[in-house]
Design a protein around this ligand. Structure first.
Ligand code: AMP
Length: 443
């Protein structure tokens, strides 16, 4: 299918050409016709699937149609997009700007943690599309700056994350101010009961749109695990980053304090890194992300604030410094790499206390993670016979090419994780490898 087949107007086709898109992604092909037809949509899609354009393009088409039929651009907020985090809101706003650059549609973004005055000025200047996080939106509604009586389309993005973050009461207050006669689009990476209930309340005969199996990782990501003692994690991380070619590496810690500590340790070890978490000022968060995007800071150490929705090109490695206790968060975290079919590597550090978390992740993925070899100097490596110097670079380069992960590496195919180059199932394979005395790989 081509974008032309979706009956998008020329200013939008021009914008997707300018963005370098050749063909619509599956969620775009399935959702755009329904959104254009004015239907409510319940979209279940992982981040990185192109879902922002799946709702932004048809919304822009609707708004620019009306604009050409006499509505003054920016006369009232006609589309409200709600997102759980400031970073995601900013990203959606930028997508609307990119896709709407030839349409005359006006947009603004509002989120907390920064001075509200520029946002108030932007809203007062007139906007058709407002992208917002719930808290700041409610503040501005309370001050009479934002009025939602003219909203025709409401989008809830990353709805499951919004509920996880406790935004349901805020959402209800906002929904009470949005006209009942409207088009509503709800996107969520997962569909737990609470989301289905919310969808039942706010959507009207929605078209379900789903791409990829729920909770399946991107197909092009290779997964590895390092068994490590807690005290050895900092040194292991520093060595891995020093020994492994990477474009950008995103490191996840369980706590904000942990993110700061790991960042300090990396800096002391000569690895340029920055931390991103909710205790940082918005300025520091924006700076950390901008530096990471530009690869000025190639390593970002973050809490799960960065686990979802962030779209940063070319993250070659996601490292779970601390395993997550929620297996689905593992899928979200590693969703930061391997985006749009690009290759990626996910590495997890697992202590004895984290074995249970690992088992839960493996159960969700329905396969064990591939054990990575110890990097030079790792404590328990001393117990093993010395091995010839391995060419880690070659292996990583292989892992970094779609379909060319190392033999035995865990790669995903059509939503199922498989071991490359092996005919038998993964558990058997691991047992066979163990009995054959084969050594685990290093990534
Ligand atoms: P999203 O899932 O909306 O965060 O999009 C993920 C990434 O895919 C973004 O960098 C988009 O610019 C990119 N993207 C969206 N649609 C397409 C497409 N049809 N072709 C190529 N890239 C796309």
């Amino acid at each position: 299918m081509r974008f032309e087949d979706l009956r998008l107007v020329e200013p939008l086709l021009r914008a997707v050409r300018t963005a370098g898109y050749r063909t619509p992604t599956p969620i775009q092909s399935s959702a755009i016709p329904h959104v254009l037809a004015g239907r409510d949509v319940l979209g279940c899609a992982q981040t990185g699937t192109g879902k922002t354009a799946a709702f932004a393009l048809p919304i822009l088409q609707r708004l620019s149609d009306r604009a050409s039929r006499g509505t003054t651009p920016g006369a009232r907020i006609r589309t409200l997009v709600l997102a759980p985090t400031r970073e995601l809101a900013q990203q959606i706003y930028e997508s609307f700007r990119t896709y709407g650059q030839y349409t005359g549609v006006r947009q603004a973004v509002v989120f907390g943690g920064v001075n509200q005055n520029p946002q108030v000025r932007a809203v007062r200047a007139g906007v058709d599309v407002l992208v917002a996080t719930p808290g700041r939106l409610l503040d501005l509604m309370g001050q009479g700056v934002v009025k939602l009586a003219g909203v025709e389309v409401l989008v809830l993005d990353e709805a499951d994350r919004m509920l996880d973050m406790g935004f349901l009461p805020d959402l209800r207050r906002i929904l009470a101010q949005v006209p009942r006669r409207r088009q509503t689009l709800l996107f969520s990476a997962t569909m737990p009961a609470a989301i289905r209930e919310l969808a039942g309340d706010i959507l009207c005969q929605p078209v379900p749109v789903q791409v990829a199996r729920l909770s399946s990782p991107a197909p092009s990501v290779a997964h590895w695990v390092h068994y490590v003692e807690r005290a050895d994690k900092p040194a292991l991380l520093a060595r891995l980053l020093a020994h492994t070619p990477h474009t950008r590496a995103l490191v996840f810690t369980r706590t904000k304090h942990g993110a700061d500590k790991v960042t300090r340790h990396l800096m002391q070890a000569g690895v340029h890194a920055a931390a991103l978490h909710g205790n940082k000022s918005q300025g520091a968060r924006t700076r950390a992300l901008a530096d990471f995007r530009s690869a000025h800071t190639p390593v970002l150490v973050a809490t799960d604030i960065a686990a979802r929705g962030l779209d940063i090109d070319d993250i070659s490695h996601v490292i779970n410094y601390d395993l997550t206790t929620e297996p689905e968060t593992y899928v979200h975290r590693i969703g930061r790499t391997g985006r749009m079919g690009a290759p990626g590597t996910a590495v997890s550090f697992c202590t004895a206390e984290e074995r249970g978390d690992l088992r839960a992740i493996e159960a969700l993925l329905r396969t064990p993670l591939q054990r990575a070899a110890d990097v030079p100097g790792q404590r328990d490596a001393r117990a093993r016979p010395p091995r010839p110097a391995a060419p880690p670079q070659a292996r990583v380069e292989n892992a970094a090419q779609p379909g060319r992960a190392p033999r035995g590496a865990l790669v995903s195919n059509g939503g199922r994780l498989l071991r490359r180059g092996r005919a038998r199932g993964p558990r058997k394979t691991l047992r066979a490898r163990a009995s054959a005395g084969s050594r685990p790989k290093r990534w």
